[in-house]
Design a protein around this ligand. Structure first.
Ligand code: ATP
Length: 317
């Protein structure tokens, strides 16, 4: 088995005078769920199109399921493009079966598979309804199901969650996990950090057309320190007065962010016990104290922000 379902190095693409992708490196291990994150216009869709062979890169290399010619493995790939669209005159069954036939299934088999998928995902009664009668979200769901029709080894989804209601988002999460359990590799782009955080074995974050981070969700979060959240009945100044002079700055920084009576500050190197012990000793009315790990949202903002910072600031950081 291949180690990586997708390997790309230094991919680049220019449209006129716009450098859409300026050097994307990306590796997705076989059998993993990977998230592809980046701000609007960062180059995600352009990169996905190059990976799949829809666009020819100006530079760099790509390998899809071991092949340098992505279109030659198209029958083993499922793709949900950013631009949605099915033929409005087709029924849901025909629309899915049509994609199956394009991906190399026999039409009869593709129809059977379409019925199975529709029934398993709450659209069994709609199999013979025409796409034009569907809501936008329902049509998107049919298109998503079509992505899975050929039981692909590699599934690439461009913002698959956008436009789906929470129940259908959950259904899609389950579908993606089930595809991984079957052995498929999944790469999806998203702006919703919660999905990436919950589901992904790894992430690639790009900014301004370049890869800025590649690794696990935990490694992304490790870009930021954990923080202590302290909720007390007393104002911060009073707490400082209770603590021994000289030690307070270390264990309860004056720079702690104050949101009402909750204070947030970086986890001190010695942990929270010395501060906790002192606060208990002095009867400071603790209501809550816990360690808060940075979220992927925070890490994403930091990583993308570093890419925006001038070079000298970046080096100094
Ligand atoms: N066909 C095209 N012609 C000209 N410019 C393009 C074309 N496709 C993309 N671009 C430009 O390339 C840049 C990257 O676009 P791309 O769609 O890849 O970003 P994205 O990360 O997918 O963004 P979003 O999250 O908003 O979908 C943008 O500045 C976009 O305007």
């Amino acid at each position: 088995m291949l180690d990586y379902a997708i390997e790309a190095e230094a991919l680049s693409k220019r449209f006129g005078d716009k450098q859409a992708v300026a050097g994307v490196d990306l590796r997705v291990p076989t059998g993993a769920i990977y998230g592809f994150l980046g701000q609007n216009g960062a180059g995600k869709t352009t990169t996905l199109r190059m990976l799949l062979g829809i666009l020819e890169p100006d530079g760099g290399t790509r390998r899809l399921l071991g092949s340098e010619r992505p279109l030659s493995v198209a029958a083993r790939v499922g793709y949900l493009p950013e631009e949605r669209g099915l033929y409005p005159a087709m029924t849901a069954r025909e629309a899915i079966a049509y994609v199956g036939a394009l991906r190399g299934l026999k039409l009869g088999d593709a129809r059977v598979r379409a019925d199975e998928l529709l029934a398993a995902h709450g659209l069994g009664d709609e199999a013979n309804a025409r796409i034009r009668t569907f809501s936008k979200g329902m049509a998107q769901k049919v298109q998503l199901l079509a992505t899975f029709v050929n039981r692909p080894d590699l599934i690439v989804l461009d913002e698959p969650f956008s436009g789906l209601d929470p129940v259908n988002q959950q259904d899609l999460e389950n579908m993606i996990r089930a595809e991984r359990a079957r052995g498929a590799t999944i790469l999806f782009s998203t702006h919703v950090m919660a999905h990436a955080e919950r589901m992904c074995d790894g992430l690639v974050i790009i900014a301004h057309g370049r890869t800025r981070f590649s690794g696990s969700v935990d490694a992304a979060r490790a870009h930021l320190p954990s923080r202590v959240v302290l909720v007390t009945e007393r104002p911060l100044a009073e707490l400082h007065a209770l603590l021994p002079p000289g030690s307070t700055v270390d264990i309860l920084p004056r720079s702690a962010t104050d949101t009402g009576n909750a204070y947030r500050f970086p986890l001190p190197p010695g942990g929270i016990e010395p501060l906790l012990a002192r606060l208990i000793e002095t009867g400071s009315g603790i209501r809550d104290m816990h360690i808060e790990r940075p979220t992927l949202h925070d890490a994403f903002v930091t990583i993308v922000g570093e890419a925006d910072a001038p070079a000298e600031t970046r080096e100094a950081a």
